[in-house]
Design a protein around this ligand. Sequence first.
Ligand code: PGA
Length: 257
Amino acid sequence: MRKLMIAGNWKMHLNTHEASLLVHRLSERIDVHRNVEVVLAPSTLCLQPLSLEIDRRKFRLAAQNAFYKDEGAFTGEVSFTMLRDLVHYCIVGHSERRAYFHDTLEVVRNKVEAAVRNGITPILCIGETEHERKSGETKQVLHDQLTTALSNLTTNDVRDVVIAYEPVWAIGTGVTAKPAQIDEAVRFIRHNVAELYGQKVSEEVRVLYGAGVEPEYVAGVLSLDAGIDGLLVGGASLNYHKFSEIVNAAYRTRREN
Ligand code: PGA
């Protein structure tokens, strides 16, 4: 059975002191769950101090971004090589990076490859904008983002990648994606993985949902037929009541199913 993942993307929020406080609060409210992996993605600055503080039975760390070259004259960047012993995961291709930082299809592909080369599992975000959905381009966009991002990996590498379906129009907007829309998109993603890497890989790869996740949506989303293996949480991950409730709701849903 694929292990559930609940990941909190803190984006550009919380200094090291605030981040440490949030981890402390979460730790009080979250138990060790063997079937649910809880992943925290603080700012790059907080990764090192948090790595020393977290209870490793409860939490794993993810970076929010890194550069695809291993080292060199790239002022301001941090490489996957530098993160290798610090994080299990790195978010790659988040829509905010695609929109504001020129993370093109090729850059995302290079980052996915660099993550894998350095032993870090990418959490690859793909998703359509409102305009793309309204123009009927959702499947094309998901297909293009998925196939380019994975194109430098071997079938064996793809098995371990975590894919997150994140409809851009529902990220931090208050608009919620309907269960049928999520189900259809995730089915399509698995179908694409099956076509490219075979049925077995498509059954093994984890696909998360992210965008506007709140505690009350957890059971519904995780019970969809498409087989959703967890959630990528933005805004609600900064609130310890909400994030711990999301983790606990995921645990309950998994136990009941
Ligand atoms: P949100 O963000 O939960 O605030 O919508 C999700 C994300 O950006 O991954």
